[in-house]
Design a protein around this ligand. Structure first.
Ligand code: SF4
Ligand code: SF4
Length: 151
C-alpha cells in the first residue's frame, strides 16, 4: 500500500441510516447471496432470480426499481437485512476503500459511520475486505487487469 498505508480505520454503522443503499450504483450478488436472499424471502432461487436479479455471463446483480436504487429498501431499512448481499454486508470494508486513504475519506462524505467508533486495525479491515474478492472474483480480476475500480 506504500504511502497510502495507514494503521487503522474507524467505523460504526449509524442506527437508522440507509445512505449507502441510496447511492447510485449496482448491488452485485454471489451465487451464495442469491441462495441466501431467496431462502430468506421464502422464494425459490429460480423465482427470486426471475423477479429481482439480472444475470450476465460473469455477474449477478439486483434489478433496480424505477424510482429507487433497491427493491429491498423500505422505511425500516433493508428488507432482507439478515440475508443481504456480500457487498452490502461488508460496506465500507471493500478492498478499493480500505486500501486507499483517499477513497476511504471520500466515502466518508456519504457514510456518516466512517470516522466513528473504536479504531479497527488495518489487518482486520483487509481481512474483512478479502471476502469481497472471494465473493466477486470476476469483478476483481477484471479490475486488476484493467487497473480500474468497478464499485
Ligand atoms: S452509509 Fe454508512 S452509516 Fe449509513 S447505513 Fe451505510 S454503512 Fe451504515
Ligand atoms: S439489499 Fe438491502 S442493504 Fe443492499 S442496497 Fe438493498 S436495501 Fe440496501
Amino acid at each position: 500500500m506504500g504511502s497510502e498505508h495507514f494503521a487503522g480505520l474507524r467505523f460504526t454503522c449509524q442506527p437508522g441510516c440507509t445512505k449507502c443503499c441510496e447511492v447510485q450504483g449496482f448491488v452485485y450478488l454471489s451465487e451464495q447471496d442469491l441462495s441466501n436472499a431467496a431462502r430468506y424471502t421464502g422464494m425459490s432461487k429460480r423465482a427470486f432470480e426471475a423477479r429481482y436479479v439480472y444475470r450476465t455471463k460473469n455477474f449477478l446483480r439486483l434489478r433496480k426499481p424505477r424510482h429507487s436504487q433497491c427493491h429491498f429498501l423500505n422505511e425500516e431499512g433493508c428488507g432482507i437485512h439478515p440475508a443481504k448481499p456480500t457487498q452490502c454486508r461488508l460496506f465500507p470494508f471493500w478492498p478499493e476503500l480500505v486500501e486507499s486513504r483517499k477513497e476511504w475519506k471520500q466515502t466518508g462524505k456519504h457514510c456518516p459511520g466512517i470516522g466513528q467508533g473504536p479504531l479497527i486495525q488495518i489487518g482486520t479491515a483487509l481481512e474483512t475486505a478479502s471476502e469481497m474478492r472471494q465473493a466477486y472474483p470476476a469483478m476483481y480480476e477484471e479490475e486488476e487487469r484493467s487497473g480500474r475500480r468497478r464499485l
